[in-house]
Every structure is written in structure tokens, then in C-alpha cells.
Write a new protein. Sequence first.
Length: 125
Amino acid sequence: MSDFSPLNIFKSQAKQLARDQGLKLSVAQETLVQKAGFADYHELSIVTQRNPEDPRLMVAVFGIKDFSQAIHKDDVYADLDQELGDRLSGAIADTNASGFTIDALEVEAADYSDTTGKLTLGLSL
């Protein structure tokens, strides 16, 4: 199991909570398990194996219900807008146009590698 699997990410979160609040690791795990809506740690570990994209697990580990929502986390959308603006600046200058914005952005594909922790999104706009 890689460091980027949902179960290992969950374990890391529990360790951090235990350190931050001076809790036993088992107490921190049970706290996070219950907060995520699982009956116990065993259920969570079974779900990570059988259905790693279970919405409860996704929210607990990644903070989103499915990977297509990742485009709206943190500064991803703003960074994409800036990158597109930079890459298209020459073409935009040639047309004397201004005020371009991303419109109707749609995530068409999402692929998460638990080996590398890399999420790849396929977009259309």
C-alpha cells in the first residue's frame, strides 16, 4: 500500500490529530472515523479496499465528494485561469481582445494515482 492510498492518508491525519491534541492514536482514529460517518475503523478500512471513491471516505481524506470537485479546491481554478492567460497572451494580443475568462468549465475525466498522489483532470471549456 502506497503512502498516497486513502487509508494511509487517513492514518497520517489521525497521527497528526493525536500529536496536535495529545490523544492516543486509537482515540484520534475513532474520532475521525465517527466524524466521517463510519461505524468503526474496521468499516473504514474495508471501504478503502472495496470502494476507495466512497463519498464519506473522499470527504474524510481529500475534503471533496469526488475528484472532479478538486478543480474548485484551494487556488487550482485561479492558477488554471492564470496559466491559460499566460499561454494565450500572444494570441490574445494579436486580436486586440481583452477580458477573457474561463466559462463553462467541465471536468470530463479524473484519475488519481495512489502510487504518486497525483490527480489528473481532463477538462473542457
